[in-house]
Design a protein around this ligand. Structure first.
Ligand code: ZN
Length: 276
């Protein structure tokens, strides 16, 4: 069983991203129905559709109502931290989170974190990050962490919330970062960047990572793995990540699938994948 632990089937900006990369495909080819259908045919039993903005939440809820194999996560991406702190009060945001986090198919809060590459509103980012970690504690949900050019600040903040667990999504591969994560209860989300030819840093780190701390993901529609690099990514392509992990660790792919599914079920308890 394959699981895509982090993908975006809809989000603010999805259309413009797709249109710039459609190439030989039509927009209909990337309808949620067809994306989910291709994933299932490729052996992907479950996926988590990850939120990035509070304007996404209703659409994400509808997708999970239609597809029981698509879990959902609600969160404010650091890129939108400033916008949210200007537009919403903390009470308003808490009300939206409460409404959605109480639903059975909401299995996580995310993606949340810090991104010093996309935005220099560091203080807004930290405020919104802390706020969402407190919500994760309140609703007893794991978190999906986005950290770009900010791993040391990210870990400092996570270490301030020792009761919270989750996954470092799209882990970039720095050895020091991995060592620090492995000291916590967090998992490392490995995506399509692992298959990039020149990504020897991530490949070397993944070779040594304990298999019981890895999750597979795509971050679709971004970061498509080889042989689709530069194209629109989709959950069906998570198999190429599994193949690469198997090759690097010299462990049969089936074992990688079993282990990462087990990790998934341990972390995302509400997903209940073995009972479904
Ligand atoms: Zn993402």
């Amino acid at each position: 069983m394959l699981i895509d632990s982090h993908c975006h089937l809809s989000f603010s900006g999805f259309d413009s991203f797709l249109i710039s990369r459609l190439a030989d495909k039509t927009p209909e080819y990337y309808s949620v129905d067809l994306l989910v259908d291709r994933a299932v045919r490729a052996g992907v039993r479950y996926m988590i559709n990850i939120g990035t903005h509070l304007s996404d939440v209703e659409q994400i809820a509808k997708i999970s109502e239609k597809f029981p194999n698509v879990f959902r996560s609600i969160g404010i991406h650091p890129e939108y931290a400033k916008e949210h702190s200007e537009k919403f009060s903390f009470n308003d945001m808490r009300r939206i989170f409460r409404k959605h986090c109480e639903k059975v198919n909401t299995v996580a809060i995310g993606e949340i974190g810090l991104d010093y590459y996309l935005s220099d509103a560091k203080e807004d980012q930290k405020k919104i990050f802390h706020f969402q970690l407190e919500l994760a504690e309140e609703f007893e949900l794991p978190v999906s962490i986005h950290s770009r050019e900010a791993w040391s600040d990210t870990m400092e903040i996570l270490e301030d919330h020792p009761k919270i667990t989750g996954v470092i999504h799209c882990f970039s591969g720095e050895k020091e970062f991995a060592e620090r994560v492995l000291k916590t209860s967090f998992y490392l989300g490995i995506g399509g960047t692992l298959t990039f030819k020149k990504n020897s840093i991530l490949q070397e780190t993944v070779r040594d990572l304990p298999i019981d701390r890895i999750l597979l993901e795509t971050d679709a529609p971004f970061l498509a793995p080889v042989p689709f690099r530069g194209k629109v990514n989709e959950p069906a392509f998570v198999i190429h990540v599994a193949e690469k992990v198997s090759e690097l660790k010299n462990i049969p792919q089936k074992e990688i699938e079993v282990a990462t599914s087990k990790n998934f079920s341990k972390l995302f308890k509400k997903a209940n994948i073995y009972d479904a």
